[in-house]
Design a protein around this ligand. Sequence first.
Ligand SMILES: [Zn+2]
Length: 241
Amino acid sequence: MRSLPPRAALPQATRNKLEKESRAIADAEDPKDEAERRYGNARKAKWFKPVVESLGAMSGVGQRCMYCSGSEASQVEHFRPKAVFPLEAMKWENFLWTCGICNLNKSDRFPPETEPGEPIINPLEEDVWSFFFIDEFGNLTARWRADLNEVDPRAAKTIEILTLDRDTLQETRQNRLDDLKARVQDSLELCRHGNLKQKDLRGRYDEWRTQPFQPDVASYFLDGPGRLESPFAEFCAEAKC
Ligand SMILES: [Zn+2]
């Protein structure tokens, strides 16, 4: 997961169409069936395109999955599963843009409505870094809650359901952090020897923030709480960013 921009506004015509579809689902005899059918049709329809384009734009460069940041996203994910909440199957506020693995892992799971446990975290609506951190090795980890004397239960449940700690992802995060640290240290070294100016540091910073490779690592260490850790703190002070 990573910090994402606020949800974008949809064109009015698309909003109207989604509302019309939602009303038809609410009026149907079997809203669950109707939601499946209407969503299936919408996904293939031209009018639904702005939904997909807006979700893609909110995901940033490379359109990485809003849950795992690892794979390229290709699926509209219903945060509240449409099989459990058919009336929300066509709600813009319920859509995320995710990869097939995360979408399949989550499926119809949505605690506490579908199983015991705490609600999972919505990366478009919540402050992701108050639930997770990326450790010095590059692993996404649930934060410790001193008040509960356990790891944050919502963060733990989110990791469990989406398998955000799957080996391939953690390994990619580790590689991204190693790479980012090496670039930061190299830039600081060049700056100390007068071979790089402050504006060049700033340019590099902006470039790293938009690289699509496992962007949760950059989100944490360049824009999030990880900025306070070495060598990112020294870099940000030098680059004035
Ligand atoms: Zn994913």
